[in-house]
Design a protein. Structure first.
Lengths: 351, 351
């Protein structure tokens, strides 16, 4: 399992410097002061490099919303009961959740997959079955999963990307009651920040809930002693199945030369795992937004990513990624569709 | 002229507190932790109040790109020659400019109007004719325009909104070589900041150009002594025709109960004029983005507006407004389309 994962990671290509350079040159010829579309210009150049196309294409857009349950939820770390995980999966399948609405706005399809929900979905109305187990074990008592399961969850994410026929850009998303808890644990391990610094209120716990959450994470780290130099060890000891799956989506996206738009805090934890395991994914990453969750800032800093949006979101599901994909598509359209100074007969800057 | 303007301003309605409250209540019932869609939730509630609809509608979107020339451009305040103003107007009409590309992304139509370009547009391929004069006079030598012309430019903007058959939301935009100079002057007058603090590089002047720009604005303020308690006086002495037109778009939008998405620095200067002249427009304003132009921050502060995006834009034309309209539309879609807890059978927060 782990060997298969290493083999896939070794196949990640390098983005095309030529395509990126050609895109940068074209940006300079478009009818606007150079650099005046700021972040849009840089995004278009990054995407051109990733896709290896001077004129990037953003037609086929997929947001993957991966669900999993968490043994640690029993420690009172969430404002919602654990049965909300499968309930929200049904909401995704019915098209009524935030991610469905925002993905429709972005023209993106939503792929919903069960990476480890503690519920047996009846057919035929069910998520894609990538279940590793019926939820993780309680990480305050020992590892959340085995190392084998950790590798399996990542491979499951890669396979989800593999099965997409057409894919120009992808967004990551999550659902799992309790999952800001493992995400904060992972953030603490990789950034070296204290648990209190990186732990927020998630879906909205009160002060008591927040204290319980910090205590649970501190206990989990003390009990498990995850090794930050070994990403699979971190994922196994204090991670989650959907977080491993998200790490897989990122690796899968890089393998497909697709820009990977990372949603918020939980997706960011997946990105920490992916980028520790496979540093070659880094040029493929685009941070969708700055989450309200306090640890997210340190997480993005650690990854060297500057978020596109700051809309005070903290929903997850891929909602921020859907919005950011709209911006990426706009960035690509500028590069592809704007007239050049020569085409439009517009005078250039006076020297 | 001024009397007609005062009559229109007196007709501006108050947004509906009932519709806003109904929207806020509905947000609480949607399948997400309360407040977890942050800015999107607040935007949807603001738009509901503005439109007076519990379920806001964002189908008919128009971005108005208003063009004008500036006598002060002769003082070497811009990196581009003045003939670029009409050249870019032709680019807008041909669909090749940044605003055309981004408006297409937003599904918005672009209305291009000549408020005071120093060029006679030949028919039939021309902008809407709202020309007040062939560019402003050089404000370093005296008033940029007469008080009558200032009122006329604002009324022209209102009339542009009046003639839109269907309009659910509007964006403002500008084109005018040299127009960050009057915008900085207006910002200095209303915010009380020094000229040096609010003056940036516009389309990209070098250090010498920036010094010339600051000197020109200081001279214009000394020569004209605009009165910040009299917005028409400020517009006449150190403004521009497209800036007056934008103030008119804002008043016109408020009259139509349409949210007004203000683009960047030049549009912001128009908003300073509009909101000084007609404080009742304030609840209708949505700031699209934080511009790179240094004075924009103080301008937004003065208006009490928090920009939706920060993408390091400094192009104008309405490009930031087009992107922000996409976010507004997403915000409205969340309110209109998400399932409630009851509809989706999802458990609510544990108390």
């Amino acid at each position: 399992m782990e060997e298969r994962l290493r083999t896939r990671i070794a196949q990640i290509p390098t983005p095309s410097a030529e395509a990126a350079q050609a895109a940068a040159l074209r940006q300079e010829q478009l009818t606007k002061p150079q650099g005046s579309l700021g972040r849009l210009e840089r995004l278009s150049i990054q995407i051109a490099g990733i896709q290896g196309r001077e004129r990037p294409r953003i037609e086929h857009k997929t947001i993957f919303t991966l669900a999993g349950d968490h043994g640690v939820a029993r420690q009172g770390v969430s404002a919602y009961p654990a049965e909300v995980t499968p309930q929200m999966v049904f909401n995704f399948l019915a098209g009524g959740a935030g991610i469905n609405v925002l993905a429709r706005q972005a023209g993106a399809r939503v792929v919903v997959a069960d990476l480890g929900v503690n519920y047996d979905f009846p057919g035929p109305n069910r998520p894609l079955d990538k279940k590793v187990a019926m939820g993780t074990a309680d990480m305050t008592q020992g590892p959340a999963m085995t190392r084998e399961e950790a590798a399996k969850s990542i491979l499951a994410g890669i396979e989800l990307v593999d099965r997409e026929k057409d894919l120009d850009i992808l967004g990551t998303g999550d659902m799992g009651i309790g999952n800001t808890t493992p995400s904060a644990a992972i953030t603490a391990v990789f950034t070296g920040r204290s648990v209190a610094e990186v732990t927020g209120r998630g879906t909205g716990v009160d002060d008591l809930g927040l204290a319980a959450k910090v205590a649970a994470i501190e206990k989990a780290l003390a009990v498990n002693r995850p090794d930050p130099r070994d990403a699979l060890d971190v994922l196994a000891k204090v991670g989650g199945f959907e977080i491993g799956g998200i790490a897989g989506l990122i690796i899968g996206g890089a393998l497909r030369r697709a820009p990977v738009v990372i949603d918020g805090f939980i997706s960011g934890a997946g990105a920490l795992i992916a980028s520790a395991l496979a540093p070659s994914v880094r040029p493929y990453l685009i941070a969708a937004h700055q989450s309200v969750e306090v640890g997210h800032r340190y997480l993005l800093e650690h990854l060297g990513l500057n978020p596109i949006l700051n809309l005070e979101l903290r929903l997850g599901e891929g909602t921020g990624a859907a919005l950011a994909i709209m911006i990426c598509q706009a960035a690509a359209a500028v590069l592809n569709e704007m007239a050049t100074f020569a085409e439009a007969g517009v005078s250039e800057k006076e020297e």
